[in-house]
Design a protein around this ligand. Structure first.
Ligand SMILES: Cc1cc2nc3c(=O)[nH]c(=O)nc-3n(C[C@H](O)[C@H](O)[C@H](O)COP(=O)(O)O)c2cc1C
Length: 202
């Protein structure tokens, strides 16, 4: 039996054009102990069912927010989801303890190369820095936040590399489920999949 229940909160507004995310979701969506919540499929009119989303969060221990990077951030539906689902008095603030003790991981893909995401690079900030609003939201709500799982350079990488990233993603999700991810080792990584062997316990 899995130790922890994992919810993949997936948002891609144009999945039919996806090169990478489609392989990432195929690698994890049917795993034992993993639930898959496709937000754009569920809410094509952006009309989020807050009670359903809160219930899903309550029923899971690990939340994986998976999406392509759009304008250095999430696709719009994830922002809408945050604005509506993470209610005061439920997720944070007085009496807002529903998410305490859970874990949040962002899994994202970028058009830009890894080298572009640093101080001297084209995009000037690291992915960890750009995702600071998600990190702080997680911390405010009492979740443990992990460095992001990032696939860079999605337009340039080969199909073999995509398959390798999908296999890595599967290892990460299985480790989150089985509680075999070394959080102390992970905390030092700029992105979780830089050196997976250091992060995943045998
Ligand atoms: C509206 C839009 C905004 C984007 N913004 C960024 C960005 O800020 N940084 C970046 O590196 N790539 C950006 N991209 C590229 C996507 O991140 C990239 O196409 C995606 O991660 C590829 O994943 P997929 O093959 O699953 O679609 C953007 C793409 C679109 C359509």
């Amino acid at each position: 039996m899995p130790n922890r229940r994992v919810l993949i909160l997936f948002a891609h507004p144009a999945l039919e054009k996806s090169r990478v995310n489609r392989h990432l979701i195929d690698a994890v969506r049917s795993l034992r102990g993993v639930s898959f919540n496709d937000l754009y499929q569920q809410y094509p009119d952006l009309d989020i069912d807050v009670a359903r989303e809160q219930q899903l969060l309550v029923e899971h221990d690990v939340i994986v927010m998976q999406h392509p990077l759009y304008w250095y951030s999430t696709p719009a539906l994830i922002k809408q989801w945050e604005d509506l689902v993470l209610e005061h008095g439920w997720a944070y603030g007085r009496g807002g303890t529903a998410l305490r003790g859970k874990t949040l991981l962002t899994a994202t893909t970028t058009g830009g190369s890894e080298e572009a995401y640093c101080r001297t690079g084209h995009n000037r900030y690291t992915m960890r820095e750009l995702l600071a609003p998600i990190e702080q939201t997680a911390v405010l709500c009492g979740l443990t936040y992990l460095p992001p799982f990032v696939v860079y350079g999605t337009h340039a990488i080969s199909n073999d590399e995509i398959a390798r990233h999908a296999a890595d993603y599967r290892r990460v999700v299985e480790a989150l489920r089985d509680d075999t991810l070394d959080q102390a080792a992970a905390a030092n990584q700029p992105h979780l999949n830089l050196n997976l062997d250091a992060v995943l316990q045998a």
